[in-house]
Design a protein around this ligand. Structure first.
Ligand code: GUN
Ligand code: ZN
Length: 429
């Protein structure tokens, strides 16, 4: 008979969006969650579930919060080893630190070492799914998919395509980008829990011919995601204007090549023009907020309030290694601080939603991950709300659950993540 596990604790599920109405009313707290065959089979009161499933193994987490594993909607796993590199803005940061590191991923042994290191580090921080850029090398895609497959982990990734403004050794061509992306897509997309994302890095590193080839590939596989960067820094936007003098704006450099659509993910999107905002909304594209990256590289303040009010689909991401942390808790804290700088602080329920349901929606995976509900895949984490002395003393005087959770969001790290479950299997933490 299949192994059943009953986790008891404060089980946190979302029943609606905390951006529509009172944030706390979007959340339901239950006593227990039942895991069976890698999926959540019930969320209910503990005694009831015990009585109906006397064969289940019970693990009691007391006052700890049991919730969906974090979903990181935009990362560069190959930048793991150069995270926190000092003192540069976007284009210099790419040339000085990022490209030399990415050059190493033609070596499958190195790619595999970093892919496994990255998945170990992020799992310790409670991230169970991510959408990753790889490098130009097909080996880098093989490495992350192989590592994720061994862990039965849901991961989205794609070969990063660049055919100009990048060093020799990191450039492909329009044709090889198409051919290699297609081969990887056909090999990996839909295998186990893996999906392929078509990945032109950003307009400055692709010729119009390459963008056109990526658009053609996407048109042939419209169910695949397409990920890229958009409107991150003002210098970058000025450069795009020089490179594409005919384009109406930055988004137009994607739009005119078929790279704008409902399965498109656009990272950063800070300095958008009105037309860009409208078009992204019209096609129901996904916008990815990368707050620690946007402060670390000095990019600017994402307009969460305005974009949510206008009905955009928004996810949250570390953007490792432009982002300065592997932790989605730290990322939520940075999103909160950016909200404060814009005069619109985010509620703890909104932060948790963005890092689970919100990001899963951007990946079009919210029917299987990002929430605790019957039928969902059992990617779960257990949060200790008193993981350090500093957090414990603040949590001790909290008057409700949200006041108890917020110090962990602002000050918590991997010590707050006491257990991680991936596809119904506990992974060590
Ligand atoms: N724009 C193009 N490539 C990158 C990258 O690797 N990181 C960030 N933050 N922005 C980019
Ligand atoms: Zn990025």
């Amino acid at each position: 008979m299949a192994q059943k596990t009953l986790l008891k604790g404060r089980v946190l599920s979302f029943t609606s969006s905390p951006f529509e109405g009172e944030p706390t009313e979007a959340v339901k707290i239950s006593e227990a969650v039942l895991i069976e065959d890698g999926r959540i089979s019930a969320v209910a009161d503990a005694d009831g579930l015990r009585n109906t499933h006397p064969d289940a193994k019970v693990v009691d987490h007391g006052q700890n919060v049991i919730m969906a594993g974090f979903v990181d909607a935009h990362v560069h796993y190959p930048q793991t080893a150069m995270i926190a590199s000092w003192g540069k803005r976007l284009i210099d940061w790419l040339n000085t630190y990022t490209f030399p590191e990415e050059m190493k991923f033609g070596d499958p042994t190195y790619a595999s070492e970093i892919a496994n290191r990255y998945l170990d580090l992020t799992s310790e921080h409670g991230t169970t799914t991510m959408c990753s850029f790889c490098t130009v090398h097909p080996e880098s895609v093989e490495a992350i998919f192989n590592a994720a497959q061994q862990r039965n982990q849901r991961v989205v990734a794609g070969k990063t395509c660049m055919d100009r403004n990048a060093p020799e050794g990191l450039r492909d061509t329009a044709q090889t980008a198409y051919d290699q992306s297609q081969a990887l897509l056909e090999k990996w997309h839909g295998v186990d829990r893996l999906s392929y994302a078509i990945t032109p890095r950003f307009s400055p590193t692709s010729t119009p011919e390459q963008l056109d080839a990526m658009g053609a590939l996407w048109a042939e596989h419209p169910h695949c995601l397409m990920q890229t960067h958009l409107s991150e820094q003002t210098d970058e936007i000025a450069w795009v204007r020089e490179l594409f003098p005919e384009a109406r704006d930055y988004l137009d450099t994607y739009e005119k090549f078929g790279l704008l659509g409902s399965h498109g993910l656009y990272g950063h999107v800070i300095h958008l023009e009105a037309r860009e905002r409208d078009r992204l909304r019209e096609v129901d594209a996904a916008l990815i907020h990368c707050p620690t990256s946007n402060t670390f590289i000095g990019s600017g303040l994402f307009d969460m309030n305005g974009l949510m009010r206008d009905g955009h689909r928004v996810g949250l991401a570390t953007d490792t290694g432009g982002g300065s942390s592997f932790s989605m808790l730290r990322t939520m804290a940075a999103a909160y601080e950016i909200g404060q700088l814009r005069g619109t602080p985010l509620h703890a329920a909104q932060l948790l939603w963005l890092s689970t349901v919100g990001s899963a929606r951007t990946l079009r995976l919210d029917d299987c991950i990002g929430n605790v509900a019957p039928g969902m895949e059992a990617d779960l984490i257990v949060l200790d709300l008193a993981s350090t002395p500093a957090i414990t003393q603040r949590e001790a005087c909290a008057e409700d659950l949200w006041e108890a959770i917020f110090p962990t969001i602002m000050m918590g790290d991997d010590r707050a993540i006491t257990e991680v479950w991936i596809a119904g299997r506990r992974v060590s933490n």
